[in-house]
Design a protein around this ligand. Structure first.
Ligand SMILES: [Zn+2]
Length: 359
């Protein structure tokens, strides 16, 4: 999407018109990590879902000016209890549990007095392993190799690794393909890619600082502020639609129990890893319901209305590249609608990959 076109649409007020039309619905934003500064160059493939501090601050100011930020608890009480939500109500959520939530986002949320809910991948916080998507991106970005050959389910793929944009394209394509595999197969393929690119076994990937996890003391500190609440996001960031009921149950329950153990309070909020339409199924929904979860979020773009299924709620993702115009058009659903239109009118380009999902 051309940035000039987005700026023109923003200037003409497309976002404001759409915001007025949708004012009675609830907007839930999905963030992930944050960066102290804008980043470009060789490391760019790592930062797609990490929003620079300055951009995040201007987004909070925009939300304060044009929207009504509420806590997830308030929003749920309204949705469940019939009490009306304020016009243009917005809930902020953040997935995965990056340390930058504490170091960068939290002070800004305090400054603007905007609440947020953070969904934690508990194995990531417990130091078991980095998120698999970060392992993949780090392996591709940090290798000395100039090419990569992979065989995924009989499909032979060759990637050029010369330059940042080629590496970015490789990460994007491999991520999309690996996400379709069952979890065991995904782990196996990822380990093979890491070995091929000169890594060890992936468990010791050299993560740059913005990809470090929170620790539990930082989670407790944020919770004590009264502004932040926490939910579960599985133990290993497994894509639940590729799991058996037993594995789904283990992943969901483990993350809930770890949160309850560390925070000494019931955990009733959940976000599906990756969160696309194909990343959850009836099994995961059943496990969540049986485990007592009150709500669960996707990253499928859309707004929430009273009567929606609380275990498959839509959210709108905010990504690194979005400037003020793109942000305003994204959260008013103008940009997702344009994307859908583009996909339908350009069938020869193939299906646009789901880019809004978590890491
Ligand atoms: Zn995630």
């Amino acid at each position: 999407m051309k940035r000039k076109l987005l700026r023109l649409m923003h200037t003409l007020g497309a976002g404001h018109v759409a915001r007025f039309i949708w004012r009675r619905k609830l907007l839930v934003l999905a963030y992930h990590g944050f960066l102290p500064e804008e980043e470009s160059g060789d490391m760019a493939p790592l930062w797609g879902i990490h929003v620079p501090a300055k951009k995040f601050e201007s987004q909070l100011a925009y939300l304060r000016k044009y929207y009504a930020p509420v806590s997830l608890e308030t929003a749920l009480s309204c949705l469940e209890g019939g009490r009306p939500l304020p016009d243009n109500a917005v809930v902020i959520t953040m997935d995965d549990g990056y340390r930058s939530v504490r170091d960068i986002a939290f002070p800004l949320l305090l400054k603007y007095e905007i609440p947020a809910t953070v969904f934690l991948t508990t194995g990531f916080l417990d130091g078991e392993a980095p998120l698999w998507v970060d392992r993949l991106a780090c392996a591709v970005v940090q290798t000395d190799r100039k090419e990569l050959a992979v065989n995924i389910e009989g499909v032979k793929l060759e990637y050029d690794l010369n330059g940042a944009s080629a590496r970015q394209a490789c990460v994007r394509d491999l991520k999309t393909r690996l996400k379709t595999l069952a979890h065991d197969k995904l782990e196996e393929m990822l380990a093979a890619v890491e070995v091929d690119l000169g890594g060890d076994n992936g468990r010791r990937a050299k993560l740059p600082e913005p990809l470090f996890p929170l620790d539990w003391d930082q989670v407790r500190e944020m919770r004590q502020s009264g502004l932040m609440t926490f939910g579960a996001h599985t133990r290993t960031h497994v894509i639940l639609s590729g799991c058996t009921e037993e594995v789904s149950g283990r992943e969901i329950r483990h993350s809930r129990l770890r949160l309850e153990q560390e925070l000494q309070t019931p955990c009733r909020y959940f976000a599906y890893p990756n969160g696309g339409a194909a990343d959850h199924n009836e099994i995961s929904r059943r496990v969540l319901a049986a485990d007592g979860f009150r709500c669960a979020f996707l990253t499928v773009p859309g707004l929430v209305t009273r009567g929606d299924d609380l275990l498959t709620l839509r959210r709108v993702s905010v990504l690194n590249w979005m400037d003020t115009a793109a942000f305003a058009l994204q959260i008013s659903l103008v940009l997702p609608a344009l994307r859908r239109q583009l996909e339908q009118t350009r069938p020869s380009k193939g299906k646009v990959p789901h880019v809004a999902g978590c890491a």
